[in-house]
Design a protein around this ligand. Structure first.
Ligand code: 7R1
Ligand code: ZN
Length: 263
């Protein structure tokens, strides 16, 4: 069973940009994280992640990003602690990036943009039995956001980068096994911001507890360039469009508080 492909592959307009009006959308994502307005919460615990590389299943181009999907039918890949009361299961991870290194992330920190952002998507397996159910509930999902900066080559990422040319077009899927998503987390996962938000593409459901890492990871310019060699378009389409700028613009905070686990 693939991590509920339908849910993860929902029709997303590739050039999704505009702030789609969401009825009562008062907890939309992404946002700008204003550091000096974040509130230290000493109750926040360290994050606990347990990932099993053997449960990695496939990597595919869904016409908006590329997703690496995991078997989420058992508790092999879990996220606990941090702001979370329940145990969440990893379903997939994907990225957002720009056409240049000057922008590409979805969240910003004091308006600072990063060239890319990783999203590790988890769903609340204590309360729901399927991702599809969890995605509709306000405590259904937990997404870890990690900023990428251009610098030294990321050895762990290379296996994934090498697979990208085989999924250049929309809807192409290849088997992808034995990948540890933990290798994409920064050394320090104790320092993060957390807030209640939403999916950043349609259906934009307000079901996400966001956990945005303070520490970024570094990838090389060349590795990021391979992300940009992906296409939004399927093989049959006559005009090929390169997969870049697949991020949503920052949304209004609407009175929400961003909590920090550090000072
Ligand atoms: C219907 O369920 C969906 C739809 C879209 C996405 C991807 C969006 S949401 C996010 S965070 N980043 C993205 O690009 C989902 O991911 C959990 C789940
Ligand atoms: Zn995302």
């Amino acid at each position: 069973r693939r991590c509920n492909l339908t849910a993860c592959s929902s029709k997303m307009h590739p050039m999704w940009q505009g702030p789609l009006a969401v009825p009562g959308g008062d907890r939309q994502s992404p946002i700008d994280i204003v550091v000096r307005k974040s509130v230290l919460d000493t109750e926040l615990k360290p994050l606990k992640t347990t990932y099993d590389p053997k449960t990695c299943q496939q990597i595919w181009n869904n016409g908006y990003s590329f997703l690496v999907e995991y078997d989420d039918t058992t508790d092999k890949n879990t996220l606990k602690g941090g702001p979370l009361q329940d145990t969440f299961r990893l379903c997939q991870f994907h990225f957002h990036w720009g056409e240049t290194n000057d922008w590409g992330s979805e969240h910003t920190v004091d308006r600072r943009l990063f060239p890319a952002e990783l999203h590790l998507v988890h769903w609340n397996a204590d309360r729901y039995s399927l991702f599809e159910e969890a995605v509709m509930e306000d405590n259904g999902l937990a997404v870890i956001g990690v900023f990428l900066k251009v610098g030294k080559r990321h050895e762990g990422l290379q296996k994934l980068v090498d697979a990208l040319p085989t999924i250049r077009h929309k809807d192409s899927v290849v088997e992808f096994t034995c990948f540890d998503p933990g290798c994409l987390l920064p050394a320090n996962t104790d320092d993060y911001w957390t807030y209640h938000g939403s999916l950043t593409t349609p259906p934009l459901t307000e079901s996400v507890t966001w956990i945005v890492m303070k520490q970024h990871i570094e990838v090389s310019h060349d590795q990021l360039a391979v992300f940009r060699s992906l296409l939004f378009t399927s093989a049959e389409e006559e005009v090929q469009k390169s997969m870049v700028n697949n991020f949503r613009v920052q949304q209004p905070l609407r009175g929400r508080t961003v909590r920090s686990s550090f000072t």
